[in-house]
Design a binder for this molecule. Structure first.
Ligand SMILES: N=CN[C@@H](CCC(=O)O)C(=O)O
Ligand SMILES: [Zn+2]
Length: 400
């Protein structure tokens, strides 16, 4: 079994620290080295005590962090909505109506086209240092296309989410109840074998999405089918999504932009993680969620991209970290932890988001001497994956 020793690390950020201090929680080890054997972290310790290995990679004074976990994305789609973005920047507000445009293009695309589009997006995301990614359906909105989306997503991740309840498709506009019946019946039956999670766009503020009662039906049906629960809630205005998610024990409620005190109290008293998606507010020119208020209330906060063609066509977790720090009041250490460890927790994954012995080696290298550079240098491509024994940096030195 070949072992690779990684050295030359100015800092190794493990995200295995404890306590209330956000920097301590990062568990930063200076002058550390680690050994990867067959894709698993085999040893972590001071470089001076590093064991002999088959190969050695010298990272030349860079830093290593856990690969980002992108716990919210919509990567299975065809078509282009750049004109919608441009119109929005000229003042047209977002209301979810554009989802039908993507639905039409996605239904019309061939399986081969969709697979290639998905593969390119996953490669783009992983090339920036993310590894584990959650991928939602939600641009098919009929049984065949939702099933195809879930099947394709399952080819690239274990974290597939059924989002048949994204919006009510145009052919059901005057008979919403029939669509909820389809989603909670034949569509769920067809998609569930490929999915781990069910999600709903609970947003009474848009005519396209779902009320609290409709959302409850969708989530309870998903749970009966053995799926875990996730919710899009309180994105466009106040609403019942957050409290419903907490009441039903959802793993995560995502967006959380418009919250009242009762929503914050519910999150603080429950097990549901609040996943914030600052790329959405950036790309829709909307007010940002108040991460500081949530963190100060004791709510666990994760960050994700929400990469999708409508509200945020970015796969960059470093951008989300920079926005969370600059616009949402998060400490840079809180933001990094939210984009790795807490995002993994929101997917109930103990094998990602932290670097520890015995865990898969999902590692990202920063071309910087410390983790602080992530938020400090926005827009600069600092992060790259470490895949297998390969060093991502041409200047890293490898030797046997
Ligand atoms: N809010 C619902 N769904 C996506 C947007 C989808 C779209 O506009 O295509 C989101 O998470 O923001
Ligand atoms: Zn989303």
């Amino acid at each position: 079994m070949s072992a690779v020793l990684h050295t030359g690390l100015a800092e190794l950020v493990t995200c295995t620290g404890e306590g209330p201090d956000p920097v301590e929680r990062l568990g930063v080890l200076p002058d550390a080295a680690l050994v990867v054997r067959e894709g698993v972290v085999d040893w972590i310790g001071p470089v001076a005590e590093a064991p002999v290995a088959d190969e050695r990679v010298d990272h030349g004074g860079r830093s290593m962090i856990p690969a980002f976990v992108d716990s919210h994305s919509h990567l299975v789609f065809a078509g282009d909505r750049s004109a919608e973005f441009t119109a929005r920047m000229a003042g047209i507000p977002y209301d979810g109506g554009g989802i039908a445009t993507t639905m039409t293009a996605t239904r019309a695309a061939s399986e081969g086209e969709l697979r290639a589009l998905l593969a390119a997006r996953v490669a783009e995301l992983r090339g920036q240092g993310s590894d584990l990614v959650e991928i939602k359906t939600g641009y098919g909105l009929d049984v065949a296309t939702e099933t195809r989306a879930a099947r394709l997503a399952a080819e690239v991740t274990d974290e597939v989410t059924f989002l048949g309840a994204h919006v009510v498709p145009p052919e059901y506009r005057d008979r919403r109840a029939d669509y909820v019946e389809l989603v909670t019946g034949p569509m769920l039956d067809s998609v569930a074998p490929y999915a781990r999670w069910v999600d709903v766009f609970c947003e009474p503020n848009s005519p396209h999405s779902f009320t609290g009662e409709e959302s409850r039906e969708v989530l309870e049906a998903g749970r009966r089918a053995g799926l875990g629960l996730r919710v899009h809630g309180n994105q466009l205005g106040p609403g019942p999504g957050v409290r419903l998610a907490v009441e039903l024990g959802a793993a995560s409620v995502d967006h959380c932009t418009f919250l009242d005190d009762a929503d914050v109290d519910a999150l603080a008293g429950g097990d549901t993680i609040a996943t914030l998606l600052p790329g959405v507010e950036f790309s829709t020119r909307s007010p940002y969620p108040d991460a500081r208020r949530l963190l100060d209330a004791g709510v666990r906060v994760a960050l994700a991209t929400d990469c999708n063609p409508g509200t945020c066509y970015s796969s960059s977790m470093p951008l989300m970290i920079a926005l969370a720090v600059r616009e949402m009041g998060m400490h840079p250490a809180e933001a990094l932890y939210a984009a790795t460890a807490t995002a993994a927790d929101s997917l109930h994954r103990t094998d990602a988001g932290r670097i520890r012995v015995g865990a898969p080696a999902l590692l990202t290298v920063l071309d910087a001497p410390s983790w602080e550079h992530l938020a400090y240098r926005p827009g600069v491509p600092l992060s790259r994956p470490v895949t297998g024994a390969d060093s991502p940096w041409p200047s890293s030195r490898r030797s046997a």
